[in-house]
Design a protein around this ligand. Structure first.
Ligand code: SF4
Length: 327
C-alpha cells in the first residue's frame, strides 16, 4: 500500500535555529518512517519578504538543506527539493489565483499579523497578498494527503481545502484531494532575550553555532526577574531558561524547577548546565554538518535528485490540471 504523502517546507531567510529544530525538524525526522515526505526549500516564499536582499536566499537554501541532513533527514527516503526549480508551483498558483475570490486571501489571519510583525520589510505587495494561494499550489501540485501544521497555520490549510473543493466543483472532477492537517505542537520557545525568537532580533541559538557561541548566548539569557540573589527562591514557570529545559530536556526539567524554587542552584550555574546539555545535543549535528560542508557536490546532487523527482510528480499533475481546464 502506498504511503500517505506529506508536504512541508521552510523559507530560506536565514540560518536555522533551535526553534526550527523543536518546532519542525525533529517532527520531520519522525515522519519519514510513516509517510512519503516531500520537504521543500520555499525560496519563492522567501523572496516575498527578502526581495531587497535576494542574493542571500540561494546561500541560505543550501545552508538550510545542510541542517536538514545534519538532523537526520534521509535523502534516500525523503524528497528534498527547491520550490523555484519546479515551474509547476507557479503555473498552478496562476490557475488557482483565477478562481480564488480576493476576500478569501484577505481574511487569512496571518496576513495581517505578518504585515505588523515584519515591520522592517515592505511586504505590502501583490505577491505577498497571494502567498496563501502559492502555498495551496505547493500542496496541491503533489496532491499531498497530509500537511504538518501548527495551530496558527490551520486557516491556511482550510483555505487550501476550500480551493481544492472549488477547483473540483468548477471543472467537474475529483482531481485534488483535500489535505488533512497533522497538528504538530509548536513549543513556545522565546529568544535568548525573552522576546519572540527571530533572526531580526538577533536572539536565536543557531544549529550551526559553535560550542563557545552557544555557551555565550545561554549565559546571557534573561532569567526570572524576581530572583535577585542566589538565596531568593526562583520561579521556573516565568523563567525562559527553564522553558528551554522543558522543551529539550523534559525529563530533567522538574528537577531543575525543584532546585530553582528551593534556591538550591544559582542562575549562572543553571545556565551553564543548560549550555552544556544543548552543546551535547548539538554535537552530532555539528559533526555531520562539518562533514557535509566538505562535500558540497554531494549536497547539490541530493537537491538535483530531489528536484527531478518533485518535477516528475508536478509535471504529471499539471498535465491533468490543464486537461481539466482544457488549456
Ligand atoms: S535557577 Fe534556572 S530556572 Fe531558576 S530562575 Fe535561575 S535560570 Fe531560571
Amino acid at each position: 500500500m502506498r504511503k500517505k504523502r506529506v508536504l512541508s517546507g521552510m523559507r530560506p531567510t536565514g540560518k536555522l535555529h533551535l526553534g526550527h529544530l523543536a518546532g519542525a525538524l525533529e517532527n520531520w525526522v519522525k515522519l519519514q518512517s510513516e509517510y512519503e515526505c516531500f520537504f521543500m526549500v520555499a525560496d519563492w516564499h522567501a523572496l516575498m519578504s527578502e526581495y531587497k536582499q535576494s542574493s542571500l536566499i540561494c546561500e541560505y537554501s543550501i545552508d538550510n538543506v545542510i541542517d536538514w541532513l545534519s538532523v537526520g533527514i534521509d535523502p534516500q527516503v525523503s524528497t528534498i527539493f527547491i520550490q523555484s526549480a519546479i515551474v509547476e508551483h507557479l503555473e498552478l498558483s496562476m490557475v488557482l489565483s483565477c478562481i480564488v475570490p480576493l476576500s478569501w486571501v484577505e481574511r487569512v489571519p496571518t496576513y495581517k499579523e505578518q504585515l505588523k510583525e515584519l515591520k522592517n520589510r515592505d511586504i505590502h505587495t501583490y505577491g505577498f497578498l497571494g502567498y496563501p494561494i502559492l502555498q495551496a499550489a505547493d500542496i496541491l501540485i503533489y496532491n499531498a494527503d497530509v500537511v504538518p501544521v501548527g495551530l496558527d497555520q490551520l486557516p491556511h490549510l482550510e483555505l487550501t481545502r476550500e480551493i481544492s473543493r472549488k477547483f473540483n466543483y468548477l471543472y467537474k472532477r475529483r482531481l485534488f484531494k483535500e489535505p488533512k492537517d497533522l497538528l504538530t505542537p509548536t513549543p513556545k520557545l522565546l529568544g535568548i532575550d525573552g522576546r519572540k525568537m527571530s533572526k531580526s532580533y538577533n536572539n536565536t541559538i543557531n544549529l550551526s553555532d559553535s560550542i563557545d557561541v552557544v555557551k555565550k548566548k545561554v549565559v546571557s539569557m534573561v532569567t526570572d526577574p524576581k530572583r535577585i540573589y542566589k538565596s531568593d527562591p526562583g520561579h521556573p514557570e516565568t523563567c525562559n531558561v527553564h522553558a528551554y529545559y522543558e522543551v529539550f530536556f523534559s525529563d530533567y526539567a522538574s528537577i531543575v524547577a525543584d532546585y530553582c524554587r528551593g534556591a538550591g542552584v544559582g542562575c549562572r550555574d543553571c545556565k551553564e548546565d543548560l549550555a552544556g546539555r544543548l552543546n551535547d545535543k548539538l554535537r552530532p549535528l555539528r559533526e555531520k554538518r562539518k562533514e557535509l560542508l566538505t562535500k558540497k557536490d554531494k549536497i547539490l546532487k541530493i537537491i538535483a535528485r530531489g528536484n527531478k523527482k518533485a518535477s516528475s510528480q508536478a509535471s504529471k499533475m499539471m498535465r491533468k490540471i490543464k486537461g481539466a481546464i482544457k488549456l
